[in-house]
Design a protein around this ligand. Sequence first.
Ligand code: 13P
Ligand code: SF4
Length: 319
Amino acid sequence: GSEKAAVIARIKKLLVEKDAALVAHYYVDGDIQDLAMETGGYVADSLEMARFGKNHSAKNLIVAGVRFMGESAKILSPEKRVFMPDLDATCSLDLGCDASDFAAFRAANPDRVVVVYANTSAAVKAQADWMVTSSCALAIVHQLKIEGKKILWAPDRHLGRYIQEQTGADMLLWNGACIVHDEFKAVELEMLKAAHPNAMILVHPESPQAVVDLADVVGSTSAMIKAVVEGTATEYIVATDNGILHRMRQLAPNKKLIEAPTAGNSATCKSCAHCPWMAMNGLQGILNCLENASGEIFIEEPIRVQALGCVERMLDFTK
Ligand code: 13P
Ligand code: SF4
């Protein structure tokens, strides 16, 4: 309503006045994604968010997403102030990979190159040789395999297993999972596909193996959007957080998009596949960042400096 319009107008004004850029992930509320695009910010996958934040000239970044995304921005841009609409927006992968437990895992396997997924804390990244996201993990591990390296992988076991299968690399996997993608169900997906035989199945690699095995395209959020925009099919079954449908509909208005089934959403729940932490991002939170400097990310400098190496290595590799 008009109250929402007033908040949006105020945010737009303050973004300019405070020299701030808004960068959002595809899973956050559609209003926030639109606001990012309308104000010279960006909506993207986690790799592109990191690169955009680093390259942007603004003095302040507002990162609408989950904690590790704000931390990646701060790791790369210590000279910028980085804010998040809600600092409690975490991720089950980050929560499931405690930095001291990870240190023990690493110490027990000193012969392995340490590759961590972006969805981890700065304190875990500080212990890694490489950071990867779902859009570059395959290429980076493939290169490490060619170099004859053995890999220690954390935290997502589904993505790790998929990369292992695709590359044949020797990978020791941490046992973590995304609570959203872990819920996609293969049997129900097969039934849905039977009802829509011409639909293309798009799956994020944080999903279980049986679901990934049914996919026509396995990839990051950006890769899934590209598949819808460029694909020749008219129907697409989408196995990732349903926040992504907003951008897909904007970029491919004539395609039919169908949410992949989770345990709950087949009959009763219309929005099971939505990350509760991504959902914590609201317009009011963005306004609070701009008006009160709330939600600022701070990382202890020794940790930040140690974490920077693995993040920069990834950005250099994917240039
Ligand atoms: P992407 O890097 O594909 O955007 O994934 C981030 C994420 O949190 C997926 O759940
Ligand atoms: Fe983490 Fe899953 Fe949420 Fe992505 S969707 S932020 S992996 S809990």
